[in-house]
Design a protein around this ligand. Structure first.
Ligand code: SF4
Length: 345
């Protein structure tokens, strides 16, 4: 069933600020000059901690950029492992900690470096474009890294230059990008276990019985869901769209961690989870990434107290993986349009 989200900031504040471990963690972060860089999908108490201790809450592109700008010599990356690796690749001189090194991602796990190398070797006439949600070893084999907010622009740019593309690992995002750009894309067969769960028929029924409503979807969702969306975009783009939307009710198809920042940005909206269950239900993750949930106050405190859970990436991999990431950062800073709307997905 879909659920209406009603975030009560006061109760979140009480639950976190009144918690001794929360205060203790905030003090350790400040005393040790550790910057907390958190993703929108982490639990709300982690996002609050990042905001209140001078860190940030953002998407993977901004997290990567921010780590380089931060003056702290230690970054605590609350998200999943590839985000910690990206921070290390861009800041090899910094110490990168994570609350839990087992915080994986089905896209990363579904694209093993050795198999990917064989795939690329068999199709070596193609430009290799990988999504941010990949390991450092996979990025080291790529020409470009993209995020969900930059994928369409980068692929369009390559398509206009006559390039054929290997795309990995998310087949749904790849399919969306292909439909937007018309590029020749050879797809890796990966998917996000969270976004794959949204149900198209149940969404159709929910829209039909809700007035003054729009559907916002992340492009890792399945095609039948994206086709019903009034707006498709990256996490940051979804929050921006919610803020400017004229509709009272917004059905949102992405990890529900986003509701904390979305409710802040659009406090007068009724935010509704897109359905993950119904007659065709097989929901195992129910709009909540199990790996993002490994970021909690206990694991976070343990990591910064003992300074363990360090991300290490071999220097040869750092050298190669840096190239596709820096190519994207350069492209994104030159590009005036790094987010995209959806009129015809
Ligand atoms: S929500 Fe999906 S894409 Fe994001 S980290 Fe979890 S499994 Fe990976």
């Amino acid at each position: 069933m879909s659920k209406n989200i009603s975030l009560n900031h006061n109760s979140i504040d009480r639950a976190t600020k009144g918690d001794s471990s929360y205060d203790e963690i905030a003090n350790i972060l400040i005393r040790k000059n550790i910057t907390l860089v958190a993703h929108y999908y982490t639990p709300s108490e982690i996002q609050i901690l990042a905001e209140e201790t001078g860190g940030i809450v953002s998407d993977s592109l901004d997290m990567a950029r921010y780590g380089s700008r931060s003056r702290s010599s230690t970054l605590l990356v609350a998200g999943v492992r590839f985000m910690g690796e990206t921070a290390k690749i861009l800041n090899p001189e910094k110490t990168i900690l994570m609350p839990n090194l087992h915080a994986d991602c089905s896209l990363d796990l579904g694209c093993p470096p050795k198999e990917f190398r064989l795939f690329c070797e068999k199709n070596n006439d193609r430009e290799v474009v990988v999504y941010a949600n990949t390991s450092a070893r996979v990025k080291a084999q790529a020409d470009w890294m993209v995020t969900s907010g930059t994928a369409v622009d980068v692929v369009r740019h390559l398509h206009e230059k006559g390039k054929k593309i290997i795309w990995a690992p998310d087949k749904y995002l790849g399919d969306f990008v292909q439909r937007q750009t018309g590029a020749d894309m050879l797809m890796w067969d990966g998917s996000c276990i969270v976004h794959e769960e949204f149900k198209a028929q149940e969404l159709r029924e929910l829209v039909a019985r809700t007035s003054d409503v729009e559907v916002l979807a992340h492009p890792e969702s399945i095609k039948d869901v994206l086709e019903q969306a009034d707006f498709v975009g990256s996490t940051t783009a979804l929050i921006d769209y919610a803020k400017g939307s004229k509709s009272k009710n917004l059905i949102v198809a992405t990890d529900k961690g986003i509701f904390y920042k979305m409710a802040q940005a659009a406090p007068n909206k009724n935010l509704i989870e897109a359905p993950t269950s119904g007659e065709s239900a097989t929901c195992k993750s129910c709009a909540a990434c199990p790996w993002m949930s490994l970021n909690n106050l206990i694991s976070l405190k343990e990591s910064i107290t003992n300074e363990n859970n360090k991300i290490e990436v071999p220097s040869a991999i750092v050298k190669e993986a840096r190239k596709p990431i820096e190519r994207l950062l350069e492209f994104a800073s030159d590009s005036k349009q790094v987010v995209f709307g959806n009129n015809d997905a």
